[in-house]
Design a protein around this ligand. Structure first.
Ligand code: FES
Ligand code: FES
Length: 401
């Protein structure tokens, strides 16, 4: 990476009603810029993965996770942190309700909880308990058990705020024109191509193996409750495999064996649909194979490129019951563009493990003769996945404290 790639640029925005500016690298998060450059330390940083909600601030009137928002993308924006609510009458009532209902203990999650609660009260005056819980589900608290927080929000809603307290939302706007934003967000190595379509480019599929150098690697070995013969029958059938992967759909396979399709990810704040192409190569004798592929999410202009090698083996020795096999997987990938923020190994490992678990269960079901799951059942259950991932990440985080 060259020095020019990391050259600092000036970013200017309004922070809590006052002009603010800082010199930031292209990859500096808004959270780091607020805390380290502008000393607005009321914004807390927990997971740094967009999962826990501790870093939530308002950007142009909308709750935003500042740990996964690039500071450079906030040029000209109105940023409001928890400090900016010091004189706000509605926030004063929310703070008071949190105090009365014991909605905080250590206070680590509290700035994010307060900003989210403020958004709920202002946006959903009729929210019932279930809706409040759903709206708060992106904010994690290790201490309170949530009951006090939910009660505090209910309390404020039950005593409807006088209209004068509610500040209208500013007009939503794009922070920068789309092309400038893409250029500002493009991280070193990303191709700032102008095409706005997320359709894969037509023509031959020339996969650039060299582009995987320095990518993130992941290896797993899983026990599969079905014989190697049965599992291989599924694994070597591309459309059957696509039907077992949550969020994946196959459009077709061309005459050269190149598959095109889409993988949709909806994980809390992460929403992306990578459309692209992949080429599988099988060694039927060895029951192994390799798939290389690349895709692009048109909305965020992020690109994903990866290779997956797999080998299936019959269970040996004491475990050789004819109904057990082992699948070894090695994966290497690069994620470029704004979604690179989500490509951190800790998050990816948690997500990959859970997806692998679901995929293997579906492969075992297919190997046992079950029908392909319906499209609805194959949809990625983002909320359940997020909950599982958040639990694991938070477990690690708090063990560190
Ligand atoms: Fe930003 Fe956890 S620190 S969501
Ligand atoms: Fe401690 Fe929520 S009050 S994490």
């Amino acid at each position: 990476m060259s020095q020019t790639d990391l050259a600092e640029t000036d970013v200017r925005f309004t922070l809590n009603g006052r002009p603010a500016s800082a010199q930031v690298e292209p990859r500096t998060s808004l959270a780091d810029c607020l805390r380290e450059d502008l000393l607005a330390t009321g914004t807390h940083v927990g997971c740094e993965q967009g999962v826990c909600g501790a870093c939530t601030v308002f950007v142009d009137g909308r709750p935003t996770r500042s740990c996964i928002t690039l500071a450079s993308a906030c040029e000209g924006a109105e940023v409001r942190t928890v400090e900016g609510f010091a004189e706000d009458a509605l926030m004063a009532r929310i703070r008071d309700a949190f105090k009365r209902h014991h909605g905080l203990q250590c206070g680590f999650c509290t700035p994010g909880m307060l900003t989210t609660a403020y958004d709920i009260v202002r946006r959903l005056p009729d929210a019932d308990e279930a809706r409040i819980r759903r709206e708060l589900s992106g904010n994690l608290c290790r201490c309170t058990g949530y009951a006090g927080i939910v009660a505090a929000v209910q309390d404020v809603l039950a005593n409807e705020p006088p209209a004068a307290e509610v500040v209208p939302l500013p007009q939503r706007r794009r922070l920068l024109p789309r092309d400038e934003q893409a250029a500002a967000l493009a991280l070193p190595g990303a191709r700032p191509d102008a095409a706005s379509s997320d359709a894969p480019a037509a023509g031959s599929f020339d996969f650039d193996e060299a582009a995987l150098a320095g990518g993130v690697m992941l290896s797993r070995s899983v026990r599969v409750a079905a014989s190697a013969d049965k599992v291989w029958a599924v694994l070597s059938d591309l459309s059957a495999v696509a039907e077992t992967i949550p969020g994946a759909s196959l459009d077709g396979v061309d005459a050269e064996g190149v598959a095109s399709g889409k993988v949709t990810v909806a994980l809390g704040p992460i929403k992306a649909a990578f459309r692209g192409r992949a080429r599988p190569v099988y060694d039927h004798e060895d029951r192994s194979g390799r798939v290389v592929g690349e895709g692009r999410d048109g909305l965020s202009r992020s690109s994903l490129r990866g290779a997956l090698t797999f080998r299936l083996a019959e269970a040996a020795d004491g475990e050789a019951d004819g109904e057990t096999s082992f699948l070894a997987i090695d994966m290497v990938y690069t994620l470029k563009g704004p979604l690179q923020q989500f490509g951190r190994p800790a998050l990816v490992e948690e997500v990959a493990d859970r997806l692998l678990q679901d995929t293997v269960e579906a492969i075992v079901a297919r190997a046992g003769g079950a029908d392909a799951p319906s499209p609805a059942r194959r949809e990625l259950n983002g909320l359940a996945l997020l909950a599982a991932v958040a639990k694991a990440l938070f477990g690690r985080l708090f063990r560190r404290w």
